[in-house]
Design a protein around this ligand. Structure first.
Ligand code: HEM
Length: 312
């Protein structure tokens, strides 16, 4: 039997303390049970806070069904359609097919070729902040940097990039666990605009290919038009949220741990392990979700087909 979480505890989720520091809540949940069944943020399902349990579930083929967001609503049709064709929400064979197709063009080597551009873009943004006493790292460095990079990789012309800021900000909120209906409506509107924008750009790149990802994707005959559009939109979302969070959380961690910052300044090659540690210690993605594709037993608990799992 699953122990009950203390009734007062879930209320922490709507308190500002949780947003400032979610870890005490995770600890509380873990101390009750590493597999907690309940309703958090209005989502009923299983919440996994144990490392062993989360690792086992994420590797278990029975839990590979991802959960497209939003669920059933007529209101957000365009958002639902585009999610349906996204790699992130595909399963098993469909996922393998799309992943290997997209992976043919979006390779580590291709990403590496953008290193000089990324370095110049970061230096230019930092130069603008150099003489300032204070700066907002999220809006003045991390977000513009991520935005410039992903737009450049895809092949969005420089003069058109400013439009992405608002669209991506709206889309990012639609994959947040605590998204509101208003956020979904705004995300749906952003998808309509992004779809029209990318349809036009794809046509241009088909007739006049460049050295960018959209031109490369255009050469993949097996990629349907819907999958092509969904891949562009997914890359816009995925390339922003995570990178912005990593840069800003990482800096925040280092500033709160001055001794570690000093060690890094004395030994810059340590940056690689510092990035890995920031990913672990203050993760840019705080949770991920799965759905059980069949009835199964985990740690003595019977999980029904269709039950949702969220691991923090
Ligand atoms: C710090 C940076 C990043 C982190 C922490 C991160 C994290 C993640 C995680 C946890 C997933 C799996 C989600 C799930 O299965 O539930 C994922 C998937 C994905 N990410 Fe990232 N990501 C990062 C950067 C990026 C960037 C820069 C891009 C693209 C430009 C990207 C593109 C993708 C794509 C396409 C998927 C779907 C892969 C698939 O389903 O096979 N990510 N990412």
């Amino acid at each position: 039997m699953m122990p009950e979480l203390h009734p007062a505890k879930p209320s922490l989720l709507i308190e500002s303390d949780f947003w400032r520091d979610p870890y005490p809540f995770y600890d509380q949940m873990r101390s009750v049970h590493p597999l907690y069944k309940g309703t958090l943020f209005k989502h009923p399902g299983w919440y996994v806070t144990g490392y062993e349990e989360a690792a086992a579930i994420l590797k278990d083929a029975r839990f590979q069904s991802r959960i497209p967001l939003p669920e059933t609503s007529r209101k957000y049709e365009q958002l639902k359609h585009v999610q349906h064709d996204m790699l992130l929400f595909k399963n098993r064979e469909d996922h393998r097919r799309l992943r290997s197709l997209v992976g043919k063009e979006f390779t580590p080597k291709m990403a590496e070729s953008f290193r000089p551009f990324i370095k110049d873009a970061a230096e230019e943004l930092l130069d603008q902040l150099e003489s300032r006493q204070t700066a907002d790292i999220v809006s003045e460095f991390a977000f513009p940097l991520a935005s410039l990079i992903i737009a450049n990789i895809l092949g969005v012309p420089k003069e058109e990039r400013h439009q992405f800021r608002e669209w991506t900000a709206s889309l990012i909120k639609t994959i947040d666990f605590t998204r509101s209906r208003q956020a979904l409506a705004k995300g749906n509107a952003a998808v309509i605009k992004l779809t029209a924008y990318f349809k036009d750009l794809i046509q241009k790149r088909k007739t006049d290919p460049r050295e960018d990802l959209i031109s490369r994707f255009a050469s993949l005959e097996q990629l349907t038009e819907e999958e092509f559009l969904a891949a562009c939109i997914l890359l816009v979302i995925a390339g922003h949220e995570t990178t912005v969070n990593l840069i800003s959380n990482g800096l925040f961690c280092l500033m709160n741990h001055p001794a570690q910052l000093a060690v890094l300044k004395d030994n810059p090659p340590l940056i690689e392990s510092a990035v890995e540690e920031c990913l672990r210690y203050e993760s840019p993605t705080q949770l991920t979700a799965r759905m059980a594709s069949e009835d199964c037993e985990i740690n003595g608990n019977m999980i029904k087909k269709g039950s949702k799992y969220t691991s923090f």
